[in-house]
Design a protein around this ligand. Structure first.
Ligand code: XMP
Length: 509
C-alpha cells in the first residue's frame, strides 16, 4: 500500500487515483499521522501531497519528521517537497509571482524517477514558494527555466521531491513518473486488481450480513446499481431493493430501471409510485432551496414507510464512495472533514434504525464503474451520466407542474439521444436540458408564438467540483435545436449554456 499524506491539496485524491491506476492500493491519511502509526501501517511508500500553505507560515501543516527516518521511500510533491527540504536541510523561498501553468522540464543524468521518459517533457506547475537551495543533502534531477530544483533526490535516503504535479493530466507523462516511484523505487508489485478487491468485498458482505436481510435504495444511477449488483452476488435472495418514483425522473426512466434490474437480478424489487406525493409537496413552491428541502423530506418519508413494511430488514445499503468518506472526515487515519460544498439531497439520514452497509466506501467513481462492468452490469448503465437526487426539479426552474416536467422530459430525451448518436456521450460528463421560466416571442408558419425557452447544458469534468462547458459541434447543437423546437410542443427557443463552474454550477438550481 502507498499512503498519501494530505496537506490540504485539491489534488490529494487525484494522486491516490493515479497510484491505483498502477494497480497499487493507495490510501489518503492525515498529514500529521505519527511516524509510529505510519510504521504500523507498513506502507511500501509515502507521498506528501501539495497544499495551499507556505512552509514558513504560522500554523502551516507539517508531518512527523521522524517519518523520514523509517527507511520507507518518500515522494514530496510541491508543498510536500518544500516541507521535506525544510526538514532535511534545504531552503525554501517565497517567489514574488506565483508560477501557474505549463513548463518544460529538462531531465538530467540520474534516471531512476524518470526511467523511460524523454530528456524534456511538459509538466504542470502551480506554486508560490519554491526550493532555492538543496545544500549537500539532495541532488538536482531536473529543472525548468524558472525552477532550478524541479525534481530532487536525497543523496543517501530513498527520498525524492518534485515541484511540478505528476498527477494532473496537464503533465501528460506524469503517470510514468508515478509508476517509476511506486513500482521502481518502492518495489510495489502492481498486482492490486479490482476483481480481487471485489471478491474480498463480497466475502466481507457475507460475513457482516449473515442470514439477515439488506434493503437498498435503487435510483437508476451508477452507484446504487453497483451496490445492488455486489450485494446480489454476495447474498442473493436476502436483498430487497426499493425504487421510489418521485415523478421527477427522466422519460421512461422507471421502466428502464425495472427492466435493467429484472434482467440482472432475481432479487425482490419494490417500486413505490410517489409522483402525487412529491408533486403535492412541491405545489406553489418556486424557491430552489425550499424545493430541495421538500423533495428530501418526501423521499425520507416514502423510503421509511416502505422500509418499515419489510419486516426482517436489518441493514441499509448505501453507495457511499471514498471521496465522501474522506471529505466527511470518517476515514480511518484520514484527514479532518473539509467543508462539503455538496448539497446531498436524495440521500437518507443515518438514523433510520438500520445498520449501515457501505461496500463502495474504499472506491473512487471510476473504480465503481469498472467494478460495475466486472459484475456484469450493462455498459449503458455503468457509463450513465450522474443524475441529481432531486431529479428534474432542479432543471425545471420555478414552480413545478406535471405539464412543465413533461415538456422538459421530451426536450431532455432529444438532447441525450443526439449526444449519444454523435458518439459524444462518453466524452461528456453530464448533458441535459433545462426548462427556463421564460417565455419569448417567435414565429411559426405565419403565426406569432409566445412560448417556453429551453437551455442545453453539457459539461466536461473530472470531479464535478469544477467543470467546463462542452465544445459541442455546431451541427449537433443545430440538430438538437431544430428537433426540440419542431418536436416539443410549447418550446420555441433553445439556448446553449456556455458557463463554466465556478462561477456557475452544473445544475441551474
Ligand atoms: P452542481 O450543480 O452543484 O452539481 O455543480 C454538481 C454535481 O452534483 C449533482 N447534484 C446533486 N446530486 N443530490 C445529488 O445526489 C443533489 O441534491 C444534487 N445537486 C447537484 C449534479 O447533478 C452534478 O453532477
Amino acid at each position: 500500500c502507498i499512503l498519501v499524506l494530505d496537506f490540504g491539496s485539491q489534488y490529494a485524491q487525484l494522486i491516490a487515483r493515479r497510484v491505483r491506476e498502477q494497480n497499487v492500493y493507495c490510501r489518503i491519511v492525515r498529514h500529521d499521522l505519527s511516524a509510529e502509526r505510519i510504521a504500523e501501517l507498513k506502507p511500501k511508500g509515502i507521498i506528501l501531497s501539495g497544499g495551499p500553505s507556505s512552509v514558513y507560515a504560522e500554523g502551516a501543516p507539517r508531518c512527523d519528521p521522524k517519518l523520514f527516518e523509517l527507511g520507507i521511500p518518500v515522494l514530496g510533491i510541491c508543498y510536500g517537497m518544500q516541507l521535506m527540504c525544510e526538514a532535511l536541510g534545504g531552503q525554501v523561498e517565497h517567489t514574488l509571482t506565483r508560477e501557474y501553468g505549463r513548463a518544460s522540464l529538462s531531465i538530467g543524468e540520474e534516471r531512476q524517477l524518470f526511467a523511460g521518459l524523454p530528456e524534456t517533457m511538459d509538466v504542470w506547475m502551480s506554486h508560490g514558494d519554491q526550493v532555492s537551495g538543496i545544500g549537500e543533502v539532495f541532488d538536482s534531477l531536473a529543472a525548468t527555466d524558472t525552477c532550478p530544483y524541479a525534481a530532487i533526490a536525497h543523496q543517501q535516503l530513498p527520498i525524492f521531491g518534485m515541484q511540478f504535479h505528476p498527477e494532473v493530466t496537464h503533465t501528460p507523462l506524469g503517470s510514468q513518473v508515478l509508476h517509476n516511484f511506486v513500482i521502481g523505487v518502492c518495489g510495489c508489485e502492481g498486482t492490486w486488481h479490482l476483481s480481487d478487491f471485489a471478491d474480498s468485498l463480497i466475502d466481507q458482505v457475507r460475513q457482516q450480513v449473515g442470514q439477515r436481510r439488506v434493503i437498498c435504495g435503487l435510483s437508476g444511477g451508477v452507484d446504487s446499481s453497483v451496490v445492488a449488483a455486489l450485494l446480489y452476488k454476495a447474498i442473493g435472495a436476502q436483498l430487497t431493493c426499493i425504487l421510489i418514483d418521485n415523478g421527477l425522473l427522466r422519460k421512461d426512466e422507471q421502466s428502464a430501471v425495472i427492466s435493467e434490474f429484472t434482467n440482472h437480478f432475481k432479487a425482490d424489487l419494490r417500486v413505490v409510485d410517489a409522483e402525487d406525493q412529491f408533486l403535492d409537496a412541491l405545489k406553489g413552491i418556486d424557491e430552489p432551496q425550499e424545493k430541495r428541502r421538500r423533495i428530501g423530506a418526501a423521499f425520507i418519508e416514502c423510503f421509511q414507510a416502505e422500509a418499515e413494511s419489510i419486516e426482517d430488514a436489518h441493514f441499509l445499503a448505501q453507495g457511499t464512495l471514498y471521496p465522501d468518506v474522506i471529505e466527511s472526515g470518517a476515514a480511518a487515519d484520514g484527514p479532518a472533514a473539509t467543508i462539503k460544498l455538496h448539497h446531498n439531497v436524495g440521500g437518507l439520514p443515518e438514523k433510520l434504525g438500520f445498520e449501515l452497509i457501505e461496500p463502495l466506501r474504499d472506491l473512487f467513481k471510476d473504480e465503481v464503474r469498472r467494478l460495475g462492468e466486472e459484475l456484469g452490469l450493462p455498459p449503458a448503465l455503468v457509463w450513465r451520466h450522474p443524475f441529481p437526487g432531486p431529479g428534474l426539479a432542479v432543471r425545471c426552474l420555478g414552480e413545478i407542474t406535471r405539464e412543465k416536467l413533461d415538456v422538459l422530459r421530451e426536450a431532455d430525451e432529444i438532447v441525450v439521444n443526439e449526444i449519444k448518436a454523435a458518439g459524444l456521450y462518453r466524452q461528456t460528463s453530464q448533458s441535459f436540458a433545462v426548462l427556463l421560466p421564460v417565455q419569448s416571442v417567435g414565429v411559426m408558419g405565419d403565426a406569432r408564438t409566445y412560448e417556453n425557452a429551453v437551455a442545453i447544458r453539457s459539461v466536461n469534468t473530472d470531479d464535478f467540483m469544477t467543470a467546463d462547458w462542452s465544445r459541442l459541434p455546431y451541427e449537433l447543437l443545430a440538430k438538437m435545436s431544430t428537433r426540440i423546437i419542431n418536436e416539443v410542443k410549447g418550446v420555441n427557443r433553445v439556448c446553449y449554456d456556455i458557463s463554466s463552474k465556478p462561477p456557475a454550477t452544473i445544475e441551474w438550481e
